[in-house]
Design a protein around this ligand. Structure first.
Ligand SMILES: Cc1cc2nc3c(=O)[nH]c(=O)nc-3n(C[C@H](O)[C@H](O)[C@H](O)COP(=O)(O)OP(=O)(O)OC[C@H]3O[C@@H](n4cnc5c(N)ncnc54)[C@H](O)[C@@H]3O)c2cc1C
Length: 374
């Protein structure tokens, strides 16, 4: 398994080389643990210190390198890892000293977090959140439903964004740190296209103390957007890892498989397909690394580059994986084949953390806004 750090060194610094070594050491164990399930991959990620990359200072290129490796060996582990970051980052941004003291346990993998924003009636339109956090004498009472929440089933805590002042809309949203053992909290498991712990969260009169609030009243939307903005580029990196795996699997197949008396790899049409896959893969990597490098080196506005990376990389990776399935013929669609698994695993990446359409909206708006007639 090759990581971008080794063949695109211009985007990286010396310290990323030791991270790449650490990631490469963890990779075979994670691939083996993937077949044993969620708890097994958590144990391996914890043993290799991977959660420290998302529960301490989050550096985009390190995050991207980690997700590139995880996407290659275990999309299941990738999802758990990324959501551990999403579910703890609001504490890093605005948590109280008591809340921040929880972070070290999550960095060790001793706790698993979830990030609960989406609702049945609030998907792309986050401002439509209806979950209510009604003030009580010494805290809040939470009522509502959250949908498609990753890590549910594994997680012990979730960041929940709820409305404290419904009349203010998006400005009336506030974030809470909710122990999932709280009375009135129910988790219902859901099954996604590929192994991925996910569920729905029901909140029925769940009482939390005032100290469960993260940051100020009304800061929930800002915290949620800052969190998504930090992690979104790494969705593209996970897509790169999955696409690279698909290309490797396709190359291994076409250089073995004989039809019409010669190797598939000798057919010009097969070589042209492989060329298209490589171009898509490199485009994805370059978009991701441009955005991650810009984030880390202090460019003030990277939202558009991040959206371009998320859109470009996830769509390109989908094309690469689809072509890998095609190159493997019937074997490519048989359950248990790596490319068949990747075909199912890549699909949600074009939907979560802002769909491809929402990324196009952000990019398109950034293009036209400065050019609009005054
Ligand atoms: C596997 C998976 C894991 C997830 N994990 C989490 C999680 O951990 N936490 C969490 O809070 N959420 C999570 N989500 C939810 C995810 O963020 C939402 O599914 C996503 O934001 C889209 O919302 P929706 O599904 O309600 O679709 P909708 O918003 O209803 O959109 C449906 C379709 O309409 C399009 N659309 C919507 N608005 C527009 C518009 N203005 N212009 C053009 N097209 C538009 C969308 O792009 C989409 O194609 C997860 C989702 C999946 C699939």
């Amino acid at each position: 398994m090759q990581l971008s750090q080794s063949d695109l060194p211009m985007f990286f610094e010396e310290r990323h080389a030791s991270l790449a070594t650490q990631l490469t050491a963890a990779a075979p164990q994670l691939e083996e643990a993937d077949a044993r399930g969620d708890a097994a991959v958590v144990e391996v990620m914890a043993r290799h210190g991977l959660f420290e990359l998302v529960c301490g200072k989050v550096e985009s290129r390190s995050l991207c390198l980690a997700r590139e490796m995880l996407g290659y060996v275990s999309p299941r582990a990738d999802s758990i890892f990324a959501v551990q970051g999403l579910g703890t980052y609001p504490l890093q941004l605005a948590g109280s000293p008591e809340q921040k003291s929880h972070l070290s346990a999550f960095a060790r993998g001793a706790g698993i977090a979830a990030f609960a924003l989406t609702e049945p009636e609030a998907g792309s339109d986050v401002a439509a959140i209806q979950t209510r956090a009604a003030p009580t004498s010494d805290g809040y009472r939470l009522d509502g439903d959250k949908l498609f929440i990753s890590n549910l089933g594994l997680a012990d805590h979730a960041v929940v964004v709820a409305s404290t002042e419904p009349e203010l809309g998006a400005r009336g949203l506030t974030a809470f740190w909710l122990p999932l053992s709280t009375a009135g909290v129910t988790v219902q498991p859901l099954a996604a296209t590929a192994p991925h712990p996910i569920g729905a969260l029901q909140l029925r009169g769940a009482i939390v103390p005032a100290s469960a609030r993260i940051g100020a009243v009304g800061q929930g939307m800002k915290l949620a957007m800052q969190t998504l903005d930090t992690f979104r580029v790494s969705v593209g990196a996970a897509a790169v890892g999955m696409a690279r795996r698909a290309l490797d699997e396709a190359l291994a197949f076409v250089t073995r498989r004989i039809q019409f008396g010669k190797l598939l790899a000798e057919q010009p049409l097969i070589q042209a397909t492989l060329a298209d896959m490589q171009v898509d893969l490199d485009t994805a990597r370059l978009l991701v690394l441009r955005a991650a490098h810009k984030r880390d080196t202090g460019s003030d506005r990277v939202t558009t580059e991040v959206s371009i990376a998320k859109l470009g990389a996830t769509e390109a990776a989908f094309r690469v994986i689809d072509r890998a399935v095609q190159l493997l013929g019937g074997r490519g669609v048989m359950q248990g084949n790596v490319v068949e698994h990747l075909y199912r695993a890549i699909r949600p990446l074009r939907i979560y953390e802002g769909t491809s359409e929402i990324q196009r909206t952000i990019i398109g708006k950034a293009l036209v806004t400065p050019r609009m007639p005054k």
